[in-house]
Design a protein around this ligand. Structure first.
Ligand SMILES: [Zn+2]
Length: 854
């Protein structure tokens, strides 16, 4: 994306001479319902000071046309001032007023002002998404987080629409078929946090109030929005209930009143990410509005996101990182607060830390073992680097390390630190040192070396128990061995487990200690009877991979599912998955564990990740000679557990979905077809619309669904979700024509919206179709640079990641990836990073297959 990047050096230079006093932004989106209208009018007036009068600078803007530029009353020629990404201005005064009038484009990629037309009723919806740097697609801006300013938005929109922005509206005036909404000025915020949501949205309203310590009453109007056609499914009460619990909880912990007035939460279509913390106007992906039955894990996940975004109102919005190097200062904290808040605020999701240990950390471990991993505080040279850094390190590892910090320094020191941080830096920008200074004050500990070990180095440590016992079976020594490029101080708990009278594996002893260096002895364990299982990092205090001694591993093979405690069992599942990924446990052994114990897994979120991992183990990590048998075993297991699950339970639904993912033989596919036709029934299982699509996908991917049948299902569900899933089903058919069409729809045109790009890629890349997709490996490597240059970064990332020949687990494909990397040393670093990561996945799969074969 030459010309569209912005470097850290440029941003620093600009911030060193500029102070922004305020923006006035006028948008006219009355043309939005007309599909032929490609652009909307955007007029920005920025008042700013310059410390070096006479200097020049630029504002960022990505617009098809700039109509006028005026600096301090002087008209500049857009043809020379605007280069396609920046408006250059020179001869700055001490006080400046710059006005830029432009035609900006409606987006179909989820970047900037996204436009969506609902197939169900023809209504048009708009919303913005900017992070890290797409406000410039909607108005002229100094696009960097440390040039904060108050924003005053004015939006003219069709008369029937509701329009929201960060601040509440002050006036709405009608003019013919349009209405103009004037919003109050915001508090000083960063450009990437501004937002507009506009359309005939359905709105649920509520309010929150609390009496503050000084006796004043804080009133926060609440609302939750979704498309009209989703309103019948919108459980706004549940969402607003979590919202109110969260507001109570964060006010208590942070002791800083919510600073942004009202709190809207909009669930919007074709959203690229989970959600975005725009102050006062949070946006969420609308898949969080559940059209069909989902498991409680989905409700928990959504509540976690609600609290994550709410935590950002303080961590990120009130106090913001200076540049993207310190993205963790908001994301790690918000990620931690999501789980912490679910438990602490008294929501019904009390197993949030089990989910965190099992799923969130899996993301971190994976990312942290790529050759491209990086310290939590990263080195972000430019916007492309920034875009890729919304990753498993910044979120999940960062949150894990904060959990470790709470164990290390104490919760009270941690939260007292947060309170002082908000007081000291409100509406400002910070770096790592600002936080460390405060945490050292409140904890009384030197955190420099802690930070150096945990925040400023990359990689994950492995902890392994080393146990010796005497002839009577008493422990003579238990030591914890630490491996890794950097050895770190770990506050850990070590659990000893044995079988109780009922045969359950329960903890009989727990030791908490500091593990430092390569070998740490657990002195208290000496003299105890050797246990059936030694579980390192019990209670999941630290961030590490854990291994087992031989006897403990035998205990897991014969009784992993018998571990009574949910968190301990989740840790054991994570550990055996890591063994599989690390080629230390054959994939078929992992699959056998899942088949043996998943049926008794009580935690629904853990069960669903076992499904994903077991499928991945067969598809990618198993010896190809065993793959067919492995696939049959999974489908048989799914069918068995589906029939055994309690009618109407979440577990039943999860197993039904797993059957749809694994069905291959005539028995499984016959049942799938029977469920769709209504000729087969599973007691308590409702075959609702989303499950229907999952079943159709099973038939499509095995060549059992005709185009007419799929069209018939779409006709019955002509919705945004139906259209996506229909597209995925078409591309998932096992024919050369279907693959060619799925590939071409994404590669040969940039007309397709983000959601359908994703659906085509998902359908194309069915692992079982590796013979059909093999011939796309060579074209893939040939077009990488073109895709990176021509497509927006969001779409380019999906294509590069999604079309990589991941299912071609062989030396030839690895060699192809290596050849591209060797031959393109000067390709964009962000592009190289994506290819390096996929290449690393492939190399890992080859090692795992070798292990499985042996
Ligand atoms: Zn976040």
């Amino acid at each position: 994306m030459p010309g569209k990047n912005l470097s850290r050096d440029e941003a620093q230079q600009r911030a060193s001479i500029l102070t922004v006093d305020g923006y006035r932004v006028r948008l006219d989106v009355t043309s939005a319902p007309d599909p032929a209208a490609a652009t909307f009018r955007s007029t920005t007036t920025i008042a700013f000071r310059c410390a070096e009068p006479g200097a020049s600078t630029f504002v960022d803007l990505l617009a098809p046309a700039v109509r006028a530029v005026t600096l301090n009353g002087r008209a500049l020629d857009p043809a020379t001032a605007y280069d396609g990404a920046r408006v250059h201005v020179d001869g700055l005064a001490a006080d400046n007023v710059l006005t830029v009038e432009a035609d900006c484009a409606y987006s179909r990629t989820g970047e900037g002002l996204h436009r969506f037309t609902d197939p169900a009723d023809g209504e048009t919806y708009l919303y913005t998404h900017y992070e890290p740097a797409d406000a410039r697609r909607v108005f002229a801006t100094f696009e960097q987080p440390d040039l904060k300013a108050p924003f005053t938005f004015t939006v003219t929109a069709p008369a029937a629409w509701d329009v929201r922005s960060n601040a509440a509206h002050e006036a709405v005036t009608a003019e013919g078929a349009a209405r103009t909404w004037e919003f109050a000025p915001t508090k000083p915020i960063s450009t990437y946090l501004t937002a507009v949501v506009a359309g005939p949205y359905h709105v649920a309203r509520d309010h929150y109030s609390r009496t503050l310590d000084d006796g004043t009453v804080l009133d926060i109007p609440l609302s939750a929005l979704c498309r009209k056609s989703l309103a019948p499914y919108f459980d706004a009460d549940e969402i607003l209930g979590v919202t109110k619990l969260g507001l109570d909880f964060f006010h208590e912990r942070f002791a800083y009143p919510y600073p942004f007035g009202k709190y809207d939460q909009a669930f919007v279509p074709e959203y690229n990410i989970g959600a975005m913390e725009n102050p006062g106007c949070v946006t969420f992906r609308e898949e969080f509005v559940f059209r069909s039955k989902v498991t409680d894990a989905a409700y928990e996940g959504r509540a976690n996101v609600v609290l994550h975004e709410m935590a950002h109102m303080w961590f990120g919005d009130l106090v913001t990182m200076r540049w993207w190097d310190d993205l963790w200062l908001k994301e790690s904290f918000a990620d931690f607060m999501g789980s912490y808040g679910l438990v602490g605020a008294g929501t019904r999701y009390q197993s949030a830390w089990v989910t965190f240990a099992n799923q969130r950390k899996a993301w971190a471990y994976r990312q942290d073992q790529f050759p491209t991993t990086h310290p939590i505080t990263a080195d972000i040279r430019d916007l492309e680097d920034a875009k890729l850094n919304f990753d498993g390190i910044t979120y999940a590892k960062g949150a894990s390390v904060l959990k470790q910090l709470v164990a290390y320094a104490g919760a009270e020191a941690f939260f007292e630190g947060a309170r002082r941080y908000f007081q000291r830096h409100a509406f400002g920008n910070t770096e790592l040192a600002d936080l460390l200074d405060i945490l050292e004050e409140t904890s009384g500990r030197d955190l420099k070396s802690w930070a150096a070990a945990w925040l400023q180095t990359a990689g994950v440590n492995t902890l392994t128990p080393q146990l010796t016992a005497d002839a009577e079976g008493r422990i003579t020594e238990l030591a914890v061995l630490q491996d890794g490029d950097v050895l770190r101080p770990h506050r850990v708990a070590v659990g000893l487990y044995d079988r109780d009278a009922d045969g359950a594996l329960v903890r009989t002893a727990r030791f908490e200690l500091d593990v430092t260096g390569a070998r740490t002895v657990v002195a208290e364990a000496v003299g105890r009877t050797r246990p059936a299982l030694v579980l390192l990092n019990d209670d999941d205090l630290t961030y590490c991979k854990i291994r087992f001694d031989e006897e403990s591993l035998e205990t897991l093979r014969s009784g992993l599912g018998d571990i009574k405690d949910d968190l301990a069992r989740a840790l054991a599942w994570s550990a055996v998955w890591n063994l599989t990924r690390d080629a230390l446990m054959p994939a078929r052994d992992y699959v056998a564990l899942v088949l043996r114990f998943a049926g008794q897994e009580g935690n629904i979120g853990v069960l669903q990740s076992l499904h994903t991992q077991a499928k991945g183990a067969v598809d990618l990590y198993a010896d190809p000679a065993w793959r067919g048998e492995g696939g049959r075993l999974l489908a048989d297991g799914a069918l068995r557990e589906l029939r055994a699950a309690a009618p109407g339970s979440d577990h039943q639904l999860a197993w039904a979905r797993f059957l749809a993912q694994t069905a291959n033989g005539s028995e499984h596919l016959g049942l799938v077809r029977g469920l769709l036709a209504g000729t087969a029934r599973i007691d308590g299982l409702e075959v609702d619309q989303e499950l229907r699509w999952a079943l159709w996908l099973a038939l499509a991917a095995t060549g059992q669904a005709t185009e007419e049948e799929l069209a018939g299902e779409l006709a019955a569900d002509n919705t945004a979700s139906g259209r996506r899933q229909h597209t995925q089903c078409l591309a998932a058919r096992p024919t050369p024509e279907a693959k060619a069409a799925g590939w071409s729809a994404v590669i040969d045109s940039d007309e397709l919206p983000n959601a359908l790009v994703e659906a085509n890629i998902a359908g194309f890349a069915v692992p079982a179709h590796r013979d059909l997709t093999a011939l796309y490996a060579a074209p893939y490597f040939k077009l990488l640079e073109r895709v990176w240059a021509e497509r927006t970064i969001e779409i380019a990332m999906r294509i590069v990641g999604g079309f990589f020949p991941q299912a071609q687990v062989d030396e030839a494909t690895l060699a192809e990836a290596d050849a591209w990397l060797t031959g393109h040393p000067d390709a964009a670093p962000a592009l190289r990073r994506l290819v390096l990561e996929r290449r690393d996945d492939l190399a890992r799969a080859l090692r795992a297959q070798a292990c499985d074969r042996a």
